[in-house]
Design a protein around this ligand. Structure first.
Ligand SMILES: NC(=O)C1=CN([C@@H]2O[C@H](COP(=O)(O)OP(=O)(O)OC[C@H]3O[C@@H](n4cnc5c(N)ncnc54)[C@H](OP(=O)(O)O)[C@@H]3O)[C@@H](O)[C@H]2O)C=CC1
Ligand SMILES: CC(C)(CO)C(=O)C(=O)O
Length: 307
C-alpha cells in the first residue's frame, strides 16, 4: 500500500491526512524546519460530527525525501516552490499533487520537477487550524484530480483511495478548468471578506450587493476570456458564487483570516492572477482590492520587523 506524505501539516493537510488515516491508508507528515527538535504529539482532528480523532504519524524532514512514495502538497501557494526545493532527494518517479488555492505556479513547478508525475488537486473541503496539531474539519466538499504534465496522466488510479477517504474524488483531464472555476469564486469572496473583515455570509447583505456584482463581473470576464470554449454562462457563475456564499455563510475566508492575523495572504495567486491575465479587460475593483490588501500586508511586515 502506498504511503501518502503530506507536505504542509496545516489545516487542510491535517484534515486530509485524518480522512485518509480513517480509511486505513498509511500517512506521514513532511514537516518544516520550524518543527525540528520539537515534541510532535499525535494530531488531534475534530471531525464534522465534533468527535476527536487522534492520528499517530511519523514526522519526516527533507533528508527523508528519498523514501516518499506519493507527495500531497498542502502549503500555501507562496510556500510551494520553496518547500519543494528543500526535497532534493525526492525520487523522480514520485507523483506530486498540488492542492494549493490560486493559480500561476504550474510552469515553475514543471521546471523544478521536470521528471516527476505532476498532478493538481482541487478540493473544497473546509479546514481550520485551532492550534498546532489541533485541527477542525469545517465542511465536506468535492475533490477533483487531474494531470499537470504527461507523466501525471498515469496516476488516475489515485482517485479510488482518495474518493473512499474524502467522500468524493473525480478525475478530470482538464483540471485547469476546475482550478479556474475555484479561482473565480475565491477572487470574489476572499478579497472582499478580507477588506471588510466580514464572514462569507455577510457578502449577501444589501450593502455589499454592488461590490459583489462589479467584482464578479470583472472576474467572470477575465476567466471566460482565458478559455472561451469551456466558459460557464454568467448566470451559472453567479448562481455558483451565491451557492458557495450560502453554504459557507458562517465561515471566514482564508484571506480574511490571514489578513486579520497579520499573515501573508494568497492574494498574488488569486487577484494577482486575474490582474496578470486581464488582457485589456478593465479590472478596477480587482486592482483596488489588490492594492489595499498588499498595503496592509506590507504595513504588518514592517511593524513585525520593527518589533
Ligand atoms: N483551509 C481550507 O479550508 C482550505 C485550504 N485550501 C488551500 O490549501 C492550502 C493550504 O491551506 P491551509 O491548510 O489552510 O494553510 P495552513 O497555513 O494552515 O497550512 C500550511 C502549512 O504548510 C506548512 N509549510 C510551509 N512551508 C513549509 C515547508 N517548507 N515544509 C513543510 N511544511 C511547510 C506550514 O507549516 P508551519 O506553519 O507549521 O511551519 C503550515 O502548517 C492553501 O493554498 C489554501 O488556500 C483549499 C481549500 C480549503
Ligand atoms: C470557498 C472559500 C471562499 C471558503 O471560505 C475558500 O476557498 C477560502 O476561504 O479560501
Amino acid at each position: 500500500m502506498t504511503e501518502w506524505t503530506i507536505l504542509g501539516a496545516g489545516a487542510l493537510g491535517c484534515v486530509i491526512a485524518g480522512q485518509l488515516h480513517q480509511t486505513g491508508e498509511r500517512v506521514g507528515f513532511m514537516l518544516s524546519e520550524r518543527h525540528r527538535g520539537h515534541f510532535h504529539p499525535n494530531l488531534d482532528l475534530i471531525t464534522l460530527s465534533g468527535r476527536h480523532q487522534l492520528i499517530q504519524s511519523q514526522p519526516r524532514f527533507p533528508e527523508h525525501a528519498r523514501k516518499v512514495e506519493c507527495l500531497l502538497v498542502f502549503t500555501k501557494a507562496y510556500h510551494v516552490l520553496e518547500a519543494l526545493q528543500e526535497l532534493q532527494h525526492l525520487p523522480k518517479s514520485t507523483p506530486v499533487i498540488l492542492f494549493n488555492n490560486g493559480m500561476g505556479l504550474s510552469e515553475q513547478v514543471k521546471a523544478l520537477l521536470p521528471d516527476n508525475p505532476l498532478l493538481v488537486g482541487v478540493c473544497s473541503h473546509g479546514a481550520m487550524k485551532e492550534q498546532d496539531w489541533l485541527v477542525r474539519h469545517t465542511g465536506k466538499g468535492d475533490t477533483w484530480l487531474g494531470p499537470l504534465n504527461e507523466a501525471g496522466k498515469a496516476w488516475q488510479h489515485l482517485i479510488k483511495p482518495l474518493a473512499k477517504a474524502l467522500n468524493h474524488c473525480e478525475w478530470s483531464d482538464d483540471i485547469a478548468l476546475h482550478q479556474r472555476r475555484k479561482l473565480a469564486v475565491n477572487a470574489v469572496i476572499n478579497p472582499l471578506t478580507a477588506q471588510y473583515n466580514i464572514s462569507n455570509g455577510q457578502l449577501a447583505e444589501p450593502r455589499f450587493k454592488e461590490a459583489v456584482e462589479q467584482l464578479s463581473d470583472e472576474v467572470y470576464q477575465v476567466i471566460s476570456n482565458l478559455d472561451a470554449s469551456s466558459a460557464e454562462s454568467r448566470e451559472d457563475f453567479r448562481r455558483r458564487l451565491a451557492q458557495v456564499i450560502e453554504l459557507t455563510a458562517a465561515n471566514h475566508s482564508s484571506m480574511q483570516q490571514d489578513v486579520t492575523h497579520g499573515r501573508k495572504s494568497e492574494i498574488d495567486y488569486i487577484t494577482g492572477y486575474i490582474l496578470q491575465h486581464a488582457e485589456g479587460i478593465p479590472v478596477p475593483v480587482n486592482q483596488q482590492l489588490y492594492d489595499e490588501i498588499k498595503n496592509r500586508e506590507m504595513h504588518k511586515t514592517k511593524l513585525a520587523a520593527q518589533n
